[in-house]
Design a protein. Sequence first.
Length: 330
Amino acid sequence: MSTSSATTTGSTARAPFGLNLGKWGTALLLAAAWIGLIIATALYRPDFISHQTLLAVSFTMAVVGVLAIGQGLVAMSGGFIDLSQPANLIAASLVTVRLAEAGMPLPVLIVGAVLSGMAWGAMNAAIIVFAKLNPVIVTLATNFIGLAALFLVFQLAEVPIGSDVYYFGRASFLGLPAIFWPMLGLVLLIGFLVPRTRYGRRMIAVGGSRDAARARGISLLRTRFLTFAISGGFVGFAAVLFAATAGPFNAGSANTIQLNIIAGVILAGISLSGGRGQFWMLLLSVGFLSTIPTALVFFGLSSDTQSIFQGFILVIAVAIDGWRARRGTP
């Protein structure tokens, strides 16, 4: 498959139920769903429209958005999904805390967490590539093993009060949390680079058709290995944002975040089968999904009910991805 046919640029997207909205169809549907949720909640509780709501949504978007970039890279390369992100996130967050306790400045914390995340991704890639095992099974196993090990290593961790990362997690810029802006910049940067760089085009080609990519001389081993390592680096960076804002956390603190990440990737049009998607649409899908928990609180629903909604949305997202795959649409 050629790169041009694997990407969504210039494609015509068909929305469900026979609607043809052009290449902006997915974006329009996501925007409409997000706006509809905001309007419905505001009509029920007018105080939903507030700066506090904006802050709550922005905080959630920051961590989930960066994790979704890493998950999107794995999906677009044909690696399906990385189910080990929760364990990787907590491990890199623990690295962040330990470096902060040692008095290291924020840039060192970021480098340490990113390298930790990349090492985890490289470990997954080594098992998948050299043992030729299913990525979903491998990452599910490493997630269970990693979380079990982390439960043995520590009970609670928190960045020290007064450290650089502590102040970073509580700073704001232009009325939004400081941690929101790196996520925004990364989504836009990756969305620009993926279809325009050699690595990005090779990744899309591998996700679109392994046989065609191999015939063009693209190394599936190197591409898959690099993709998982880079994806792990994004998890490491997300860990800095998580540790900066989460307060005390333990090994199980990221268990519920995976549903939103996977649903956000799929709703953004990034196919789990690989080769299709536009990263900038993560801003819409992650924004919509990050608004739902806050909206449900205003409707007076419990956290258990919120989990039901998250699971329901994930099922819908997977169904949409399957529908796109059958129709060959983005």
